[in-house]
Design a binder for this molecule. Structure first.
Ligand code: IMP
Ligand code: MG
Length: 438
């Protein structure tokens, strides 16, 4: 790896979503050409007309990208000829549904007045929210069967718990009422129900007390903890509303082939790498070792480890694990899972990520966690819920050091930035579902 490459990679690539950056770049041209920054001086510029013109041009660009994704989808099965989109954005893919980007842009423009801005160009967040709306539009109309949610930052603030007054509770119950299955797919890795009850009690108690959900609908939720390591089903009679499901009942054949000795050996290597990082950067951190994870957390909860140190730790640990013969990250540059050969190579997938205040290395990743939910709620063996019928909502979608990113390879996704955005997204979803499914 050349020094230049290392600088580019370590400082930039993992902190950018190349598809979103590319769309942002396309929108920058009409912004420069059609926005009227002088309009604020009252020089007679027709501000409404320039906003209308910018709107028309932005919408055209989103329509063109929409068509390019259609073309990409028609070629993604047979990879022998790359699509134009793949040539322009090599990391793009896979798409499970077409994305109505033009309609989604019009929706977001009505909310955010993107076209009326004269000094601030269409931003990363504008594009991210347009993509989310397009994805929501694509899965309504009967397609959505399973919605999976990350925990920290998606359902509640980082490190907090889902309290009864969290506005997301009524939205999740509403989905369950509509017979949509729910998976909470969190990295938080605990072996016992009481710990998950502690984090999710507001939701679990609301389900228990609900008179609108029938007993079958109440079973429409599972908790998948440690990315893909601990499964709990809802249990009305259990004190913590959850019952652990033994691994034999839900491991996929590939997961069942991950040997315990290899898992322990991988965690040993990861722990050694984490210890080295703590030493070399003098981090105020301590090691946490679990049966399916190892991480570093601050020695004192009031101390925040610098973001740069957390990111450096993730990248170092990831490189060391990739170089060892034990583990392999589950994604190639296009974000596709490379599961072929995982059994014969007996290498263990892992997920090293920056949790905001900590770094963890977990066995497996959320692509496996979501897959297990698809299988659990599928109608029998070999009849898992499909990617186009699944939506994973999370906050961590950067390509390195982020744990929701892996879910992209098994289903559609929405990238939110806060629990409040999750609520907005679910309201958008409910509005569309009520319209389309009276
Ligand atoms: P998520 O956002 O719901 O995926 O949760 C991520 C957070 O869970 C991490 O940032 C950690 O603070 C916390 N956590 C607790 N136990 C574990 C573990 O075993 N592995 C990974 N993260 C953990
Ligand atoms: Mg999160």
């Amino acid at each position: 790896m050349t020094t230049r490459y290392r600088v580019e990679y370590a400082l930039k690539t993992h902190r950018r979503d190349q598809f979103i950056e590319w769309v942002k770049g396309l929108l920058a041209v009409p912004f420069v050409l059609y926005s009227e920054p002088t309009g604020v001086f009252g020089d007679g510029t027709d501000v409404d007309q320039s906003a209308a013109e910018a709107h028309r041009r932005y919408a055209e660009i989103f329509r063109d990208v929409e068509l390019m994704i259609d073309d990409h989808m028609s070629r993604q099965i047979d990879a022998s000829f790359p699509s134009k989109l793949r040539m322009l954005v090599p990391t793009a893919g896979p798409f499970f549904t077409r994305l109505p980007l033009e309609a989604a842009f019009k929706y977001q423009d009505r909310k955010r007045y993107i076209s009326s801005r004269r000094y601030v160009a269409p931003s990363f967040n504008d594009v991210r929210l347009v993509l989310n709306s397009a994805q929501i539009m694509a899965v309504t109309g009967g397609a959505l069967q399973l919605a999976t949610f990350d925990g920290d930052v998606t359902l509640y603030d980082d490190g907090e718990s889902l309290e009864p007054d969290n506005p997301v509770v009524t939205r999740l119950l509403d989905l369950m009422k509509k017979n949509i299955k729910i998976g909470i797919v969190t990295a938080a890795g605990y072996t016992t129900a009481d710990r998950y009850y502690g984090r999710l009690h507001g939701l679990l108690d609301a389900i228990a007390e609900s008179t609108e959900l029938d007993p079958v609908q109440k079973q429409n939720i599972v908790i998948m903890g440690g990315e893909d390591n601990y499964l709990f089903e809802y249990s009305q009679s259990s004190p913590h509303r959850l019952a652990p499901v033994p691994r034999e009942q839900w491991l996929t054949p590939e997961m069942a082939a991950w040997g315990e000795a290899d898992i322990a050996a991988l965690l040993d290597v990861a722990e050694g790498a984490l210890r080295d990082c703590v030493r070399t950067m003098n981090l105020p951190a301590t090691i946490v070792r679990k049966d399916r994870a190892v991480g570093i957390i601050a020695v004192d909860p009031s101390i925040r480890i610098a973001r740069e140190s957390l990111e450096e730790t993730v990248l170092v640990v990831q490189r060391i694990l990739e170089a060892s013969t034990l583990g392999f990250p589950m994604t190639n540059s296009a974000g596709m899972n490379n599961r072929k050969g995982s059994v014969s190579r007996a290498r263990i997938p892992f997920c090293a990520f920056n949790g905001g205040r900590d770094v963890f290395v977990d066995i497996g990743d959320k692509s496996w966690g979501v897959t297990v939910c698809q299988q659990w709620f599928g109608a029998g063996p070999g009849r898992s819920i499909k990617g186009e019928n699944t939506l994973h909502v999370g906050d961590q979608f950067l390509s390195a050091g982020a744990n929701d990113f892996k879910a992209r390879s098994v289903g559609t996704t929405a990238w939110i930035a806060s629990p409040a955005e999750t609520v907005e997204l679910l309201d958008e979803l409910a509005e569309l579902m009520n319209k389309k499914l009276p």
